[in-house]
Design a protein around this ligand. Structure first.
Ligand code: ZN
Ligand code: ZN
Length: 414
């Protein structure tokens, strides 16, 4: 293998594709793959397709999307269009997953694509997709199949992140940021990923032994206690999917995470970074929780979008995920705001509004919705992560006996 500093762009792209298929997806020889990608990610999609077939994929089917075409709907489609989704497509994806296909998504769309569009239409369209996709998505959130998300730089994303730079320079900077944070600039990226994965696994194991009943956060604008769900399990890095394949669902990933108790969040939380949601930047978020529920929500920018988001359904006001990320993660160290959750959620400790991951509960996949709710797992059409961690956040773990143990100080593991 070429030394990291001597690698060409083309070699790095190949390594990213290799890592995605071999480590991220854990594709099994003979397995089908369903991939989604933007047309702007065609070069990476082709590399991944090549690596998938080299790993023995029986068939790779890629559904390409196009930002500009998505925008035309907002400009010219009749109003009733926005309550409609391509159910047949999501049913087909669900059928593919149930018949054994793996799922890979290439992320990297224009983060501000819909920022000028009517927020009501954006939220109706998303709701329609969430409903139609839910049966298929559940196979993914329950980790019944192996899946992963990787990122590919696109001109529009690069321009949003580096508005001062010429288009080619911006694109090059974004690719370098993706390679750096995805550990492609290491001597042996596959080995680096295996080692990083082992580190996340052991961190999760320590927290699972501790069995904290709650976490207490203190930092600028944040004074917050969050109860953890009964029988919660911390997870980090890879997981054995229900179909027996080992996969690392997000690349990059830096978090260990679990399911909070939907009725046990109290206090004030201030976001440490802006949230890029469906093309709108929501900045200066501060919310107050009472018994798990958001009772006050403010944002200095994007307040209307935030309000619509938490009004999606009852579960949208409650938390479905809590994740811990050290401030020294490569993404935090890059100092970049990626305007993309895959990266930004791995830059800092975060919490997510909405749907809980049932795989973060002991035997969670076997529980009925009523049993899940009784343990504190939240239910919602949305799952939106927002960053609350920083170099000045302290987190304590509260033991079952009620004593506080320092877990993170100034954003780093104790
Ligand atoms: Zn997360
Ligand atoms: Zn999340």
């Amino acid at each position: 293998m070429t030394a990291p500093t001597e690698r060409t762009h083309s070699e790095k792209l190949d390594l990213l594709a290799q890592v995605a298929i071999r480590v991220g997806l854990g594709l099994r020889p003979g397995q089908e793959l369903v991939m989604t990608a933007s047309l702007d990610s065609l070069p990476l999609a082709r590399r991944i397709t090549e690596q998938a077939y080299r790993a023995g994929a029986s068939l790779v089917t890629t559904l390409f999307t196009d930002d500009e075409s998505a925008l035309l709907r907002y400009l010219y489609a009749p109003d009733e269009s926005f309550d409609h989704a391509a159910s047949w497509l999501y049913e087909g994806m669900g059928a593919a997953f149930r018949s054994g296909a793996a799922r890979l998504a290439i992320a990297g769309g224009n983060p501000s694509l819909l920022s000028q569009q009517d927020p009501a239409k954006v939220s109706r369209a998303n709701r329609a997709v969430s409903k139609a996709y839910r049966p298929a998505l559940e196979l993914i959130t329950r980790h019944e199949i192996n899946w992963t998300i990787v990122a590919g730089a696109t001109p529009a994303w690069a321009a949003a992140m580096f508005p001062e730079d010429a288009p080619e320079v911006a694109l090059e900077k974004l690719w370098e940021a993706i390679f750096f944070t995805s550990r492609i600039n290491t001597p042996d990226p596959v080995a680096a990923w295996r080692q990083h994965d082992a580190g996340l696994q052991s961190r999760a194991a320590i927290l699972n032994e501790k069995r904290y009943s709650a976490l207490r956060y203190k930092g600028p604008g944040t004074d917050f206690t969050l109860g953890l769900a009964d029988d919660h399990l911390w997870m980090g890095g890879g997981t054995v999917a229900g179909n027996g394949q080992y996969c690392i669902p997000n690349m990059p990933t830096e978090e260990v995470f679990t399911t909070p108790h939907k009725d046990r969040a109290d206090g004030i939380v201030t976001a440490s970074k802006p949230l890029s949601h469906q093309g709108t930047l929501i900045d200066g978020i501060q919310v107050r929780f009472e018994a798990g529920r958001i009772v006050e929500a403010r944002a200095t920018q994007g307040q209307e979008v935030l309000q619509r988001l938490i009004d999606t359904d009852e579960g949208a006001r409650r938390l479905g995920e809590v994740a811990l990320v050290p401030h020294s993660s490569p993404i935090a160290q890059s100092g970049l705001l990626f305007l993309n959750t895959l990266f930004d959620e791995n830059a800092a400790s975060h919490i997510a509004l909405g749907q809980a991951y049932t795989s973060c509960l002991k035997d969670g996949d076997k529980l009925t919705p009523a049993e899940l709710a009784a343990k504190g797992a939240n239910d919602s059409l949305i799952h939106v992560d927002w960053m609350i961690g920083s170099g000045s956040l302290d987190i304590d773990g509260i033991t079952q006996a009620g004593t506080a143990e320092p877990l993170m100080r100034q954003g780093e593991w104790v």
